[in-house]
Design a protein around this ligand. Sequence first.
Ligand SMILES: Nc1ncnc2c1ncn2[C@@H]1O[C@H](COP(=O)(O)OP(=O)(O)O)[C@@H](O)[C@H]1O
Ligand SMILES: [Mg+2]
Length: 332
Amino acid sequence: MTTSTEDNMNSLLKISNLQVSLGTKYKPVKIIRGFDLCLEKGEIVGVLGESGSGKTVSSRMIAGLFEKDESSMDAGEILFKGKNLTMLSEKEMNMIRGREIAYVFQDPTMSLNPYKKVGKQLRDFLDTHDIEYTSESLVNTLKEVGINRPETVLEMFPFQLSGGQNQRIMICQAILGKPDLLIADEPTSSIDAMLRKKILDLLTDINRKYGMAIIFITHDFDVAKYICDKLVIMYGGLMIEQGPLERILSNPMHPYSDELIKCASSLDSGDSRLYSLEGSPLVPSQFRDECPFYNRCAYRIDSCLEGIPKMVDVTGGSTRCPVWAERGKSRV
Ligand SMILES: Nc1ncnc2c1ncn2[C@@H]1O[C@H](COP(=O)(O)OP(=O)(O)O)[C@@H](O)[C@H]1O
Ligand SMILES: [Mg+2]
């Protein structure tokens, strides 16, 4: 039998205490103050939080998508298959990106040039990342992601296609190299609700078929509930709770997670008086050495102002709220 520490050492991705500043050239601003993640082969982890909580910055850091002079990693490490990604050269990282780690952007225009034919873009991508392919494998992968008439679409420009079709082409590009890890940054937020479920089903199929692990970024608990095995919840540049989806849903261990779940369930119930979270999310200029959720928290006590709370282990994960962790213990 292996211990959990040994399991972690063999994890596909293991991120510990990631801290990131941006805008290094002029005045660095601390954006990520503590982000951890442990992902096994074939798992789907949701990174969940309101807009501005640091989901995109953390995930772009994992994929090495920042220019060196634009970002600095202040602490932590990102171990992918045991290799520390932050120690790799740009050339080495470029070989991993596309082949082993793929990234799907929220907005297809971030990675698709609207005026370059789809076929040319996909072939250029495959050549850049040195991924072998044949015309047949290209057509088959397009079919697999639900593109009808793939031969015709290869000769078309992205601006001639719908948002949903472009999102499928991005997913096709991401899976062509059969990566071990797919990072999908809010892939369904720029498409309409009808298509959303189809894209989520497509990602689930890909995950099952290839055993591809997925980091799924979303601000929407309903979407996370549909697709994720486990969750990392972020607030104010900090991970504030992590654990299996079912446990967090049934027994959240941080007041912020509890609020997010209440917002999602009020949508489920179809109640016209939708529950919404009071106040606004924290922005980096408001970061202090205290619990990030203090101002919006109904359970706050004076000691929450004494430094950023550390993550504490609870049954089924960990939380940055010592008050609820203690309460949880007394409930067991
Ligand atoms: N290049 C940048 N320079 C300075 N601040 C940034 C930069 N990019 C993002 N931010 C800030 O970092 C915070 C986290 O952003 P982001 O990761 O995009 O949030 P999310 O994806 O959770 O909505 C936000 O407050 C945002 O304004
Ligand atoms: Mg984002």
